[in-house]
Design a protein around this ligand. Structure first.
Ligand code: ATP
Length: 339
């Protein structure tokens, strides 16, 4: 099957004076048509540069970018079947919403009547029918975001690049827009490539996620793969929360580290537990309890290491007392040794 995007040994190095920074470091990936693909990573990990390389706003130092089997590495942005939604929306303040949305059609010489028809249709798609005559300043943040989306989609790009598009919205609106964006992507069948540093956003919306660290892809997989089987300590800690525990403490392979998700760990007062097959257990001392509403978090000291357990019920354990922690024997994930 033809891929929407292929990156082959992609590098992008920035030079300032005698200092060289490899912002994108030998990245290889393929994105299928119609996929919702996220680039996830902390600030400075290279995800925006990678997106800008796909959009043509940055030139690779080496490597190849293919869009639908065509080498696009040296094509200017307007010759790629790609459009971009920027975090700050970049709307024209003096133009109406309708003219903002129809701007690309105007540049291409499409007639006014046709522009109005297609802009209004696109505004309906993003649930802003009837807002065409307003100015951007007369809209809320979420509505401005939708105008930016409509403007990027009016050219019917085959790939839409989204650079932290929900970053400026408050949490509730952000969650609503996540659901709408995903719905829109399904409805239109366009490939979405989404940059975010918010792991819950990436997990909830994406078909697959590439986790970036220092310009490299540290792991690429479905949200469930990344959550259930993180390969490195960085991914275990960045995607969800994780206990990273030594093999010595867990009585597993020594000199190695394991990731254990807090919600896999059960807790009970030490005396009440009897061993059962397929379940591992350790005793420790309860250090702290945090009530989180629907869940409770327990901090336990086990052999000098701090282990967090998160349960949905409340256990009758007292701070300072001895407790037993239990988890399915196959829950700890062996982590790769980091060079
Ligand atoms: P953020 O979430 O903060 O946007 P990011 O993961 O998207 O971070 P990039 O914006 O891709 O990271 O930046 C990667 C590295 O490249 C950073 O160290 C950044 O300072 C550097 N960088 C990005 N653009 C340039 C540029 N035009 N010139 C020099 N250095 C740059």
């Amino acid at each position: 099957m033809q891929n929407a995007v292929e990156l082959h040994n992609l590098n992008c190095t920035f030079t300032s004076g005698s200092f060289q920074l490899r912002a994108v470091d030998n990245v290889n990936l393929s994105i299928a048509p119609g996929e919702f693909f996220s680039l996830l990573g902390p600030s400075g990990s290279g995800k925006t540069t990678c997106l800008r390389l796909i959009g043509g706003f940055e030139q690779p130092t080496s490597g190849v970018i293919k869009l639908f089997d065509t080498d696009a590495s040296r094509l200017p942005p307007f010759e790629r079947e790609v459009n971009t939604v920027f975090q700050d929306y970049a709307l024209f303040p003096h133009m109406t919403v309708r003219d903002n949305v129809g701007y690309a059609l105007m540049v291409r010489g499409v007639s006014r009547a046709e522009r109005v028809r297609r802009s209004d249709e696109m505004l309906e798609t993003v649930k802003l029918g009837g807002y065409g005559s307003r100015k951007p300043s007369q809209l809320s943040g979420g509505q401005r975001q939708r105008v930016a989306l409509a403007r990027a989609l009016i050219n019917k790009p085959r790939i839409l690049l989204l650079d932290e598009p929900l970053g400026a919205l408050d949490l509730k609106l952000r969650e609503e827009m996540q659901i709408e964006l995903k719905g829109l992507q399904r409805q239109l069948g366009i490939t979405f490539i989404f940059v975010t540093h918010d792991q819950s956003e990436a997990l909830s919306m994406s078909d697959r996620v590439a986790v970036f660290n220092h310009g490299r892809i540290e792991q690429l997989g479905t949200p469930r793969d990344l959550y259930d089987a993180p390969r490195t300590e960085f991914v275990a800690r960045f995607v969800g929360s994780a206990n990273v525990i030594s093999g010595e403490t867990l009585h597993l392979e020594s000199k190695r580290q394991y990731a254990l998700r807090p919600e896999k760990v059960g807790i009970s007062s030490a005396s009440s537990t009897s061993p059962s097959s397929g379940i591992s257990s350790l005793t420790g001392q309860l250090q702290d309890i945090h009530f989180l509403g629907s869940q409770t978090r327990y901090e336990v000291l086990v052999g000098g290491e701090r282990v967090t357990a998160i349960t949905s019920g409340a256990e009758s354990c007292e701070i300072g007392s001895s407790v037993t922690l239990t988890w399915p024997a196959d829950a700890p994930r062996l982590l790769e040794v980091q060079m």
